[in-house]
Design a protein around this ligand. Structure first.
Ligand code: GLU
Length: 305
């Protein structure tokens, strides 16, 4: 049996929606006898102090993980090996496109919206050499399918686009879809629980996993937390982090005392239809089939019990 994981990007403090997803990832992993890892996805948007704050808040709501949290920036050789493997199989090509080149490219009728139109797929060696002098290349995967179906615990069979997606950006940084698959493979992750905003990435990632000799993981894309306007919960929505909630606040003229991490965990677990008194009780009661399928709407301030 492999592991589950929670893989936040250290771009700021975790908000209640992130903490809820982390709880779900933990519940899915532990209820199936899996290990549970924490991975810091710091290739892209790392903010000073965010990693420490995120790990502190996850621990504060009672989550435990196996070993130390690994950082993507420590896995350069893993990404290089995976690129070598794909390159050796002729599955990579250089792409010189700007966003504009992509949006303005003529599209074949069978190219789905959002898919790379293939501008650089068949450049001749001479064309490539000329383009290299103009701008650095990204690397794209030469995909031989246009769509793929994955199985998701909450969404059932989901079919989505697989295109020639970027694996290495033109600034030399591994792209999200590539890094995540390499990380999961190297870390023995066989269960991926995350927000359902990433469901449409799953077919690309599952496809790449098979090219790297791994099996597609078990997927569960869970509903997001939304604010009162139905928009994705964000820091600006007010008291939505453990840090904000730990102080006395005045909302619409009413004073609210501090709300501690145990109470926050209780509210999050109850929003999932689970007993809020402890993680152990929630784990005991956990049944993926009974989870809410709708977003969690946070339309009133979280207050003490
Ligand atoms: N790092 C991504 C995020 O914070 C999650 C990636 C994943 O779980 O695959 O949104």
């Amino acid at each position: 049996m492999g592991c589950g994981r929670y893989a936040p990007s250290p771009s700021g403090e975790l908000h209640l929606g992130n903490l809820r997803t982390a709880l779900l990832a933990w519940l899915f992993a532990r209820s199936t006898g899996r290990g549970f890892l924490l991975r810091v996805e710091d290739l892209d948007r790392a903010r000073a102090g965010a990693e420490e704050a995120q790990l502190r808040d996850l621990a504060a709501i009672g989550l435990t993980w196996d070993g130390v949290a690994e950082r993507q920036t420590d896995r350069a050789s893993g990404y290089a090996d995976a690129l070598d493997r794909l390159r050796a199989e002729g599955l990579l090509y250089e792409c010189f496109c700007t966003r504009r080149d992509i949006s303005e490219a003529p599209r074949a009728p069978h190219t789905p919206p959002g898919a790379y139109p293939g501008n650089c797929r068949d450049l001749s060696p001479g064309e490539r050499a000329a383009r290299r002098a103009e701008r650095p290349a990204a690397l794209r995967l030469r995909a031989d399918v246009v769509q793929l179906s994955v199985q998701d615990d909450l969404h059932g069979e989901y079919t989505g686009v697989v295109d020639d997606f970027v694996v290495l950006r033109n600034d030399g940084v591994p792209a999200y879809n590539f890094a995540v698959v390499v990380d999961d493979h190297l870390q023995g992750v066989d269960q991926v629980v995350r927000g359902d905003d990433l469901l449409s990435s799953a077919p690309r990632q599952a496809y790449l996993a098979t090219l790297l000799g791994a099996r597609a993981p078990q997927y569960a894309h869970v509903p997001l937390a939304l604010n009162a306007d139905g928009k994705r919960l964000a820091k600006r929505d007010g008291a939505v982090t453990l840090g904000d909630l730990s102080t006395t606040r005045v909302v619409d003229g009413v004073e609210h005392g501090p709300v501690g991490p145990d109470r926050v965990r209780g509210v999050l677990l109850e929003s999932l239809g689970l007993p809020g008194e402890s993680l152990a009780a929630a784990l005991e009661a956990f049944d993926p089939a009974a989870l809410p399928r709708e977003p969690w709407i946070l339309d009133s301030p979280l207050t003490g019990a």
